[in-house]
Design a protein around this ligand. Sequence first.
Ligand code: AMP
Ligand code: GLC
Length: 453
Amino acid sequence: MSWDALYSSAFDKVRGNIGKVGGVLLAYNTNIDAIKYLDSADLERRIGDIGKGEVLRYSEELPEKITSLEHLFGGILWSVRHGKAAELFVESCRVRFYMKRWGWDELRMGGQVGIMANLLGGVYGVPVIAHVPQLSRLQAELFKDGPIYVPKAEDGKLMLVHPKDFAGDEENCVHYIYEFPRGFRVFDFEAPRENRFIGSADDYNPNVYIRPEFRDYFGEIASKARLAIISGLQALTKENYGEPLEILRGHLETLNKRDIPVHLEFAFTPDETVRKALVEVLGMFHSVGLNEVELASIMDVLGEKALAEKLLSHDPVDPITVTEAMLKLAEKTGVKRIHFHTYGYYLALTEYRGDFVRDALLFAALAAAAKAKLGDVGRIDDVAKAMDVPVNERAKPVGEALVKEYSMKKGVAEVNSYQLAFVPTKIVARPRSTVGIGDTISSSAFVGEFALL
Ligand code: AMP
Ligand code: GLC
């Protein structure tokens, strides 16, 4: 069977069964994304106004957080130069106000939880319970209609209501997203790839503020779920990670007791202490999702420096090196499923076996291509609109290397005592926007697996 035929049959199978999955609990990060598509003349003029020299300095080495306009513009230039995503906390209210006045082209749902809630609940019709640190009116409006719920406590009783019915008048947590296309030029720099720089003007999500409803009623909330996805731990630092991590452990214990498989969406976590702490609790998760930079950063804290370097030295990243790294991580932590995604292909290493693991990856790749192509996926049938996006040519040698090394057949192989699944993805040449594609991939593949079981 060709990849296109496998794609089409995977989509039909997941669409037919996704309604049977049951409730998905999503925690912890939800915010408002204010998206601005960068204009190079405007950007150059603004940088000129504040002084190019200092800005260029930060474009070589990212600051830890944003406390000045030089940091903000340095960060944007850093992302453009490398074609890489970066996200920094905006501490200064002067910079926050500047960003607000600079403005945006579009307001969208943001944060892994918010994006996944709209996709799973609003598009796939899978009931979700979401943690929303602050429910302002604007935040509530960004939720799609459908079986999306937030906990609300009244007179000591827990209710589940749609965010629009929560009637909260809480704060706006705004992340400013500066997007640029491949080939975007500013001064002498040219972006090698489309990507974005994020400035988070938000005191809640970066500190992983956990709402009282989720502290007081977690057992009851968990009793409504069959699956859970945890995200948003990436911005923690060694100064503030203690308390949220303790709450997380408690939540994981509750979920484990109920045999609820939990997926960790491992976004890039710059703080090494936090990264180590996350690797230490990884065994309490069923599954983890990551890309090459994130996998390399984990190899780094596991003391596997050579593997970490090898992961970052090839483009597309060498699948045999990725598999070695995934095996190390699985053996060391006991996590049962590792989903690796990169530009061009995905791999899943699982303790269990079956073609459904590969088929869930295919469904996720189709959903990602639809998101890249359309910007927003409105209905599950829109996912099929990406069928005409060609399967990525760059993934051909990747597939061949896996056949040679592990005798892989139709994207499935046996490696040590694990199953390895591979799919070449569909890459949209000129995506509408890049933010949220990773979340689409991870949640579609994880939930898709349970639809196919
Ligand atoms: P992340 O690395 O978490 O930002 O997720 C980005 C992922 O989105 C990449 O690993 C790719 O697999 C996928 N992706 C990025 N750009 C595109 C595109 N233009 N078309 C399809 N998938 C894409
Ligand atoms: C991070 C950002 C958020 C964005 C999301 C997309 O969580 O903080 O603004 O929407 O990534 O994946």
